[in-house]
Design a protein around this ligand. Structure first.
Ligand code: PEP
Length: 253
């Protein structure tokens, strides 16, 4: 089995402009030895991306256009993001799917655009409570994974991080139980093995997202198929985020 480096990503959503982003970065102190064990990512609002400086963090955008350039008022292209040092881009976040109507087709176009420019998608998937209760967990995940990764080759998929985020757990304070999280993560890994190869599935990092916080991080990050977290609320405060990073370090120590 491959030892996958945990990846902890903060999703600040529509919080923190340049001043607050700089303050957070200045306050966040980590040992060099820890940084070797865990990858830390901050997904900031577009105008705060340039404030996420320093060697501790990889910078992520929360969205991008699926087009190269041109008459798309208000959009930001992947090459513009690359120019300001962005390495990752979130795609398929449930808030973008539910509030802005993003489809699997658009998510796929964004994933392809990001990879074409040498950046890496943090590709979010996850079921609603109604879908889970109707027994549709696997079929929902299968559709999202299959459609979202359409046309992406073996080499490309190895540059993707998948974030399993049950929609009912995002921003609600409700967390998936360790059994529910592990089951879904193993399912996603299995789907990737079917679409690609078992070796590729073994290498891909799958983050958990949905009310991860210092109180539940050790347990979630200790599960065999969970390779990090995508964190909203608990990543707004540097001390709380630092505690999550430490849990990720402990999960591989
Ligand atoms: C998210 O927005 O991706 C998320 C997981 O949020 P929260 O941690 O607040 O549930």
């Amino acid at each position: 089995m491959t030892l996958r480096k945990p990846i902890i990503a903060a999703n600040w959503k529509m919080n923190k402009g340049p001043a607050e982003a700089s303050e957070f970065v200045a306050h966040f102190k980590l040992e060099a030895a820890d940084l070797e064990k865990v990858e830390i990512v901050i997904a900031a609002p577009f105008i705060a991306l340039s404030s996420i400086t320093g060697k501790n963090f990889a910078v992520a955008a929360q969205n991008c256009s699926d087009k190269e350039s041109g008459a798309y008022t208000g959009e930001i292209s992947v090459s513009m993001l690359k120019e300001v040092g962005v390495e990752y881009v979130l795609t398929g976040h449930s808030e973008r799917r539910s509030l802005y109507g993003e489809t699997d087709l658009e998510v796929n176009a964004k994933n392809c655009q990001i990879l074409d420019h040498g950046l890496k998608p943090i590709f979010c998937i996850g079921e609603t409570l109604a879908e889970r209760e109707a027994g549709n967990l696997k079929s929902v995940l299968k559709t999202q994974v299959t459609e979202g990764l359409k046309g992406i080759c073996n080499e490309g998929v190895l540059n993707c991080v998948v974030a399993y985020e049950p929609v009912w757990a995002i921003g609600t304070g409700v967390t998936a139980s360790p059994e529910q999280a592990q089951e879904a993560h193993a399912m996603v890994r299995g789907l990737i093995a079917e679409l690609y190869t078992p070796e590729i599935a073994d290498q891909i990092r799958i983050q958990y997202g949905g009310s991860m916080k210092p109180a539940n991080a050790d347990e979630l990050l200790g599960l065999p198929d969970i390779d990090g977290g995508l964190v909203g609320g608990a990543a707004l405060d540097p001390e709380s985020f630092l505690s999550l990073v430490r849990s990720a370090v402990n999960s591989v120590s």
